[in-house]
Design a protein around this ligand. Structure first.
Ligand SMILES: [Zn+2]
Length: 340
């Protein structure tokens, strides 16, 4: 049988090959120190702070069977706590089942990515700045959307509540065209995004239609506006069921009245400002797939909402990610171009 080639023939990059009784020459030492510096840069270890953060996460039962009957089971070499489930016998750690699961990249690498993401930077830019491939940026973005999913769920606006819709075009391939040109005015080429704010909080949701119905408007905003609030809006007929069901006071400013008014005099300014920011935000992420629109709206919401400081947002996001069991597999994100 042919002798198998030593699997390490290309050489581990951790250290220069040592030979008995022969010290490294100055050249070899230089190569050794350069490579090991580069290697540790590429393969960053978990910091003690990161391990402590991971270990501080509350473990919501066994990620495999849901049992609470589990016990500590020593630590990984990097300091991360391991657990053993007494019900199903499987081992896990606080990150098992989260978007940080089986991460080859320390969570700390996310800090830079998130700082950029929360600054209205495009994914492409963030990916480049992080020296990661574009696909990594897209993969991380999908993870970010998974973590943020449902983040607006508990928002309840009250008092004076401004409500209005803004529109984005559907994906290029889905546009109704005539003679190769997409028809600008046609409503089927648009998706409405409803936004409501009371100045303190915000709800921003795609309504997946160019003309949201009364029922749709009620379904979208019914749980997000406190009964008896005052709705300040353009009087669109689709708002009527929402007003009736929640017993809202209705203050109407039709577009014919507000068009061309300077912001400071426009009674719809609170929600117009949200729309202007949202449009700028979506433009900066130009070319995003419309099926991700909810994700982009959630991300916009997260950036708009408190805490205001980006560093606090990053910390909040990481806490959300660690406490949310949602795993996004690379192969699912990039599985088939055809079914996207
Ligand atoms: Zn279990």
């Amino acid at each position: 049988m042919k002798k198998k080639r030593d699997p390490s023939w290309a050489g581990s990059l951790k250290s220069y090959p040592k030979r008995k009784g022969k010290p490294l020459s100055p050249t070899e030492r230089m190569v050794d120190s350069t490579v090991s510096e580069w290697y540790s840069e590429k393969h960053r270890r978990l910091s003690a702070e990161e391990a402590a953060m991971v270990n501080s996460a509350r473990v919501p039962g066994c990620p495999f069977c849901g049992s609470w009957n589990f016990a500590r089971d020593g630590r990984r070499r990097d300091g991360v706590q391991k657990y053993l489930c007494r019900s199903c016998g499987r081992r896990f750690n606080p990150l098992t089942g989260t978007v940080f699961d089986s991460h080859k990249i320390p969570i700390s690498e996310w800090v830079e990515y998130l700082l950029h993401l929360f600054e209205f930077h495009s994914v492409v830019t963030s990916a480049r700045d992080n020296r990661n491939a574009h696909t990594t940026g897209v993969y991380w973005l999908r993870k970010a959307f998974a973590v943020l999913e449902g983040c607006q769920g508990s928002v309840v606006l009250s008092g004076d509540v401004w409500l209005d819709e803004t529109y984005v075009s559907v994906d290029k391939k889905d546009r109704v065209t005539k003679g190769g040109k997409s028809l600008r005015g046609i409503s089927r080429n648009k998706i409405a995004i409803g936004a409501a704010t009371d100045g303190r909080s915000l709800v921003v949701v795609p309504e997946w239609s160019s003309k949201p119905s009364k029922k749709r408007t009620l379904a979208t905003f019914g749980k997000h506006i406190a009964k008896g609030s005052r709705l300040i809006h353009d009087g669109d007929n689709s708002h009527s069921l929402l007003i009736a069901e929640l017993g809202l006071e209705s203050e109407v400013h039709p577009t014919s009245e507000t068009k061309g008014l300077p912001d400071s005099e426009n009674p719809m300014d609170a929600v117009n400002e949200v729309h202007a920011l949202l449009k700028r935000f979506l433009r900066e992420h130009g070319g995003f797939a419309r099926r991700d629109l909810q994700g982009w709206c959630d991300l916009f919401w997260f950036i708009w909402s408190r805490p205001a400081s980006r560093m606090e947002k990053v910390a909040k996001f990481i806490e959300m990610a660690i406490s949310t069991r949602k795993r996004i597999r690379f192969r699912d994100v990039f599985a088939k171009k055809s079914d996207k």
